[in-house]
Design a binder for this molecule. Structure first.
Ligand SMILES: C[S@@+](CC[C@H](N)C(=O)[O-])C[C@H]1O[C@@H](n2cnc3c(N)ncnc32)[C@H](O)[C@@H]1O
Length: 348
């Protein structure tokens, strides 16, 4: 919603950046803001009043906006009947230090995300990762002008595409990695995605970076429409819980549910199962996810080891990867990138 509103606004660059910070930041820190709002605002608040208060609290507690500016500008946009309430609550917030009741509230994540990452990464690294994902992402731009996180660029490079290769990218939309692979190597990339609406994005992005080597098509990656042994390289950049990219998607933490993790881990295995027969002898399979749960990373690797024992794991590719099982992981705090996991294999 926000980019459309900003495009139609007459705001200057600095004000656009501030509006973006307010919307993204308040969305990320919603739980923490609500806790502060509920501490001071008694009774049930209707949503418009609550949203005004969240915006004010975010500025006072997290953004360091001067209190008089945060309070008066928030009061100005609050519903008229609630202005004195908003004024009173925000003045109280501005005058008292906040102490949150627990880590999940202070860091503003659902309990299950904090618990799951603490169990899988260890409490220390999990906390640092969660803090890192409360900060806005770096913007990195490829040589061809495409905006893509560095860790995603490392994944595309790790596929090791060479001129003349045929490449299948089974979960390709919006085409970030497909266009990177096609551009770097001039190899032909069959870029498919199950979500037909998103396939158009692959073509549009290929056009934008001026490559004609990406063939975009709608197809379910668990039943790819290709003959066995057709590809030198296959990439499964699988749908995942996205717990490594929460800094980029401020609302994602409130939408993903713990039950999704197991469902996605099952889909990830089925995608790998469908990818293996597509490889030519000696071909390369890359599996990647932008998440940090064991279920979607090392557990998938353990399953591959049993299910496809002839696949030979390849060494860690270039990038800030640390060994994780037979694959590599980069945490959001390691190199200020998205959190990512990669497995690479050579077919017999
Ligand atoms: C992590 S995103 C891919 C990002 C893309 N590789 C890039 O670099 O721009 C995962 C994609 O998997 C797609 N997807 C989900 N289930 C699928 C399936 N069964 N077969 C193929 N694609 C699927 C989603 O629509 C989503 O676009």
């Amino acid at each position: 919603v926000l980019p459309g509103l900003l495009d139609r606004s007459r705001l200057e660059t600095r004000d656009r950046a501030f509006a973006t910070e307010l919307v993204y930041g308040t969305t990320r820190m919603r739980r923490a803001c609500d806790w502060v709002v509920d501490l001071h605002g008694r009774g049930r608040l209707d949503l418009n009043v609550r949203v005004s208060l969240r915006l004010g609290v975010y500025q006072l507690v997290f953004l360091g906006t001067p209190p008089h500016a945060a309070v008066s500008s928030t009061v100005d946009i609050a519903p008229a009947r609630a202005r004195s309430l908003v004024n009173a609550v925000l003045r109280r917030v501005a005058s008292e230090p906040v102490s949150f009741p627990d880590e999940a509230t202070a860091l503003s994540y659902p309990d299950w995300v904090v618990e799951r990452l603490s169990a899988d990464l260890g409490p220390g690294p999990a906390r640092v990762a969660l803090e890192a994902m409360n900060r806005p992402p770096n913007v990195t731009v490829r040589a061809d002008g495409y905006v893509q996180d560095l860790a995603s660029q490392w994944v595309a490079a790790a596929v090791g595409v060479r001129l003349g290769d045929r490449v299948a990218d089974l979960c390709a939309a919006p085409g970030g990695k497909a266009t990177a692979m096609a551009h770097e190597s001039a190899a032909v990339v069959a870029a498919s995605d199950r979500n037909a609406d998103r396939v158009g994005l692959i073509s549009a992005n290929a056009q934008r970076v001026r490559t004609t080597n990406v063939i975009a098509l709608a197809a379910d990656g668990t039943r790819p429409p290709y003959r066995s042994g057709s590809f030198q390289r296959v990439l499964v950049d699988a749908p995942c819980s996205g717990l490594g990219v929460l800094r980029r998607r401020p609302d994602a933490r409130w939408r993903i549910e713990e039950a999704d993790v197991d469902r996605l881990a099952d889909l990830q295995r089925r995608l790998v199962d469908a990818a293996v027969p597509l490889l030519r002898p000696g071909g390369t399979l890359v599996y990647s996810v932008c998440t940090l749960t064991d279920a979607e990373t090392v557990d998938v690797d353990r399953w591959v080891a049993e299910r496809h024992p002839t696949l030979v794991p390849l060494p860690l590719p270039e990038g800030s990867w640390e060994a994780h099982g037979r694959g590599g992981r980069v945490l959001p705090q390691t190199a200020d990138t998205d959190g990512m996991f990669i497995l690479r294999f050579r077919a017999p």
